[in-house]
Design a protein around this ligand. Sequence first.
Ligand code: 5GP
Length: 139
Amino acid sequence: MTYDPNNIFAKILRREIPSHKIYEDEHTFAFMDVMPQTEGHCLVIPKQPSRNLLDADLDVLSRTMAVVQKVAKAAMKAMNAEGCQIRQYNEQAAGQTVFHLHFHILPLNTGQIVKPHSNKMADHAVLAKHAEAIRNAFG
Ligand code: 5GP
């Protein structure tokens, strides 16, 4: 399996398509998922290309997970969530639809229902508001 540089997240990294950015550093980028499964559902991706976890460089993975932790805490705080799920899919058989490594962060409260994966496009004004709230929640 090879990496296709025309996948949607590679285009977001190249700013060929817009996104609601939350965080960026030399190696990592975080932004809102356009079809959120919970309020504040966001994604963390490494800038280095890999299809998914299976072909990722270990140093890249380690740096990415540090940002996943940072963004997860901020997303929970911003959404007043008691917890969060981190989801990550590898290959089509396992539900992966975009073939650039990414970690989903889903802020959650007790009893809250997670909407289906890749279901409904959110209002951009709401995504912008949530991105701002998460950016403002970094410690
Ligand atoms: P996967 O199924 O590969 O784990 O997840 C891909 C995720 O990317 C889905 O949750 C989907 O909602 C999200 N997504 C798909 N296209 C776009 C897009 O153009 N922009 C953003 N921000 N998210 C996207």
